[in-house]
Design a protein around this ligand. Structure first.
Ligand SMILES: C[S@@+](CC[C@H](N)C(=O)[O-])C[C@H]1O[C@@H](n2cnc3c(N)ncnc32)[C@H](O)[C@@H]1O
Length: 232
């Protein structure tokens, strides 16, 4: 038997999401749901400006598929690949992405092993949101490098994800965030095995992946929209 290429970090991050009750409680009460509408649309608009004929969009750790849906709306001719490690999320995504019919392929994929055709090569855009923050610094850099390797020249890598600021800013954000977001639902709390990676860790990860044309296009509290274009 060949050993799995997924990492322990990836398997631990994925574990709670395999539980349909947990996945359901999280999806029903996403505390940031409304707040993320703007950065999702902004990401799609920025990519459209540069690559209006994008045909292949891949979402990694896609969950119910809201980020992928925004890109499928922006790029009416594009095909989407939904991917996630959770079968429970797969059922939810099949429902929420049903309006896009056969434009969407569904794949069970661990973000720590994108090899062997798990996701297609030559994607125009790879998006991911609120999944890679479960990885430590080295895991994050490896993830960005593997993802960038699946992009076409000139393709875009987008991560809308949580970051860890300094202690003093952590406290400030935690205190004021309650005024802008919904309380987390009971049963939807989940563990983080590592301290959150910093903004700089993400930028270093993009650089390690060879993507230097990168910007933080939006930020609120802990969550940043990292978006970068591969050379070519
Ligand atoms: C907080 S949800 C975010 C869902 C969606 N991207 C969004 O922002 O609305 C985290 C998602 O990451 C997925 N996930 C966790 N560990 C994973 C792994 N190792 N590989 C792929 N997906 C993973 C979960 O199943 C879940 O759908």
């Amino acid at each position: 038997m060949t050993a799995p290429r997924t990492t322990e970090q990836g398997r631990r991050a994925a574990a709670p999401w395999q539980n349909p009750e947990f996945a359901g409680a999280w999806a029903a009460g996403d505390p940031l749901g409304d707040l993320l509408a703007l950065p999702r649309r902004l990401a799609a608009a920025l990519v459209a400006l540069d690559r209006p004929r994008s045909r292949l969009i891949v979402d990694i750790g896609s969950g119910p598929g809201a980020f992928l849906a925004v890109f499928l709306e922006e790029f009416a001719e594009a095909r989407g690949v939904w991917s996630d490690a959770s079968e429970a999320m797969l059922s939810r995504a099949r429902e929420s992405l049903a309006p896009y019919g056969d434009r969407v392929d569904y794949r069970i994929v661990d973000m720590t092993d994108l090899s062997g055709g798990a996701i297609p090569e030559n994607a125009d855009v790879i998006v991911t949101s609120r999944a890679a923050h479960h990885l430590d610094r080295a895991g994050l850099a490896a993830f960005y490098t593997e993802a960038a390797g699946h992009l076409a020249p000139g393709g875009w890598l987008v991560d809308l994800d949580h970051t860890g600021p300094s202690d003093v800013w952590d406290q400030r954000f935690r205190t004021v965030r309650k005024r802008f977001t919904r309380p987390r639902r009971k049963g939807a709390e989940h563990r983080h095995d590592h301290p959150l990676t910093s903004v700089q860790d993400h930028l270093d990860g993009f650089a390690a992946a060879g993507i230097t044309d990168v910007e933080i296009a939006w930020k609120a509290f802990f969550t940043c929209l990292f978006i970068g274009r591969k050379d070519g």
